[in-house]
Design a protein around this ligand. Structure first.
Ligand code: AMP
Length: 475
């Protein structure tokens, strides 16, 4: 196996990889990076979870000259979630080289994105619609954009964006280098590649190797009416560090979310009926570890990469074996292990067999207590602090401790803290406990069930005329 240095990456990028804690290239990175560094066009057949973002992102950053103040690289994504995710990844790889990455996506004010583009950006990561819009407003120029990536091209096809993608490609120099990444290769994507890529090298990783090796898979037969209690039992037994629970429909997702929330669990929902802002808030809270449990539909969680997810629970049997692979691909990410537990009713036995045939794995019966010791996921260096055990779903102690920026030196008094925590969140004043004002910061406790809400809502609140900044105390 090669190292990142052997693939030909330069010191600033190697240092950044060190910062994010990647030790070895994943297979798709090992295959794609050398070709892309040589300037060749590449078709990468790989899914989320394979490390595809770094496979195209590292050569893209290597290509960019930070001294040249024009858009030199463009990554097109089908969804806003993926756009945000790719941007975060590229920024983490780019810091040591001083390359600026700008994200442009719909549903957010176009003006601030225009301002960011005016301020300069070497790489633009954008959703197809917003990129088109910014081009038509002359806010985004692509005449110097010689490195273009189409990420999740099959999703772009599904969402009806291919024509727009072609229009955008036509505005970039014909001498550009193009990389196309897609989990599947339907004929329309092959045609796109034939037309817009020059002598591309095809690199691929088999979908099966993405998951089967690293995810332990279980099935649990359960009657429809007992699903909620079975879920609670599974969560208590498994004590997941972070879990996604998949439901078939938005309505079921919302119902389950309410039921779990009413049982005092720290849980969030993610589905298509929520506003974009609310979805972003939930995604950010989940990604940085504040939310240990997420109830989601397939569409809302599409392409979502969360490297810390230890468990995927299929509350409803996936509609197809492909959906199953997609769902459980959320766990067991590069070099880590995960567990997937699929609930099914007796009449759904055939669906389970189809999944087993497709993934080539037999789902072991889930048995309470038989495997608790095997659930730990290896620790890894992280940029965000990890949720502590106490945050684990189903194991919530009654109070959560918060640390708040500002203390006696800033004139803060306990009543200010109570006011700040209650005014923005609707929390009862009685609920804020053990306020301890120190010289430069303050501790306070709130019911754990409300902590997530407080952390979110309090970001808009004020403490003695200054924006309230607070964090959960871990440990
Ligand atoms: P992706 O398939 O690009 O969405 O990446 C999946 C996850 O794997 C992300 O959380 C990446 O940060 C992580 N990752 C990518 N490459 C590596 C690597 N070489 N070593 C460890 N983690 C990686």
């Amino acid at each position: 196996m090669s190292t990142f240095a052997q693939l030909g990456l330069s010191p600033p990028i190697l240092e950044a990889l060190d910062d994010v804690g990647y030790q070895q290239p994943s297979p798709i990175q090992e295959q794609a990076i050398p070709h892309l560094l040589q300037g060749l066009d590449v078709i990468g057949q790989a899914q989320t979870g394979s490390g595809k973002t770094a496979a195209f992102g590292l050569p893209l950053i290597a290509y960019v000259d930070p001294a040249e103040h024009e858009v030199q690289g463009l990554v097109l994504t089908p969804t806003r979630e993926l756009c945000i995710q790719v941007t975060q990844a590229l920024r983490s790889y780019a810091t040591r080289k001083g390359v600026d990455v700008v994200a442009v996506f719909g549903g957010a004010p176009i003006r601030s994105q225009q301002a960011q583009l005016r301020a300069g950006g070497h790489i633009v990561v954008g959703t197809v619609g917003r990129v088109k819009d910014l081009i038509s407003r002359h806010s985004l120029m692509l005449h110097s954009c010689r490195f273009v990536v189409l990420d999740e091209a099959d999703e772009m096809l599904d969402l009806g964006f291919l024509e727009d993608v072609e229009r955008i490609l036509a505005l970039t120099p014909s001498s550009r280098q193009t990389a196309l990444f897609s989990a599947t290769m339907p004929p329309e994507i092959r045609r796109l590649a034939d037309q817009y890529l020059y002598n591309p090298v095809l690199v691929r990783v088999e979908a099966a190797t993405l998951t089967v090796d690293t995810v332990e898979q279980f099935g649990l037969q359960v009657a429809a009416k007992d699903k909620v209690s079975a879920l609670v039992e599974v969560l208590e037994a498994e004590r997941p560090r972070q879990a996604i629970v998949f439901c078939r429909t938005k309505v079921r997702c919302d119902q389950l979310y309410r039921t779990l929330r009413d049982r005092g669990m720290n849980v969030k929902a993610l589905h298509g009926d929520m506003t974009q802002g609310a979805r972003d808030g939930v995604m950010i809270g989940f990604k940085d570890g504040r939310t240990p449990l997420l109830v989601a539909t397939d569409v809302a969680a599409r392409g979502l990469d969360i490297s810390t997810v230890s468990h995927v629970i299929n509350f409803d049997v996936p509609g197809s074996p492909d959906v199953y692979v997609h769902r459980i691909g959320r766990t067991g990410r590069v070099g880590r292990s995960g567990r997937a537990i699929t609930f099914y009713e007796s009449r759904q036995q055939r669906d389970v067999e189809a999944i087993e045939a497709h993934s080539g794995v037999k789902l072991a019966p889930w048995v309470k207590g038989a495997h608790v010791a095997a659930t730990e996921v290896r620790p890894r260096p992280r940029r965000h602090s990890k949720p502590h055990d106490a945050d684990r779903a189903g194991a919530a102690p009654p109070l959560a401790k918060l640390v708040i920026a500002g203390g006696r030196a800033d004139g803060v008094e306990p009543k200010d803290v109570v006011h700040a925590l209650t005014s923005a969140t609707g929390l009862d004043g009685e609920a804020v406990r053990n306020v301890l004002v120190l010289e430069r910061f303050t501790f306070a406790e709130v019911p754990r069930a409300d902590a997530g809400r407080v952390l979110e809502a309090a970001s808009g609140a004020q403490l003695r005329g200054r924006p309230l900044r607070l964090e959960l105390v871990r440990g």
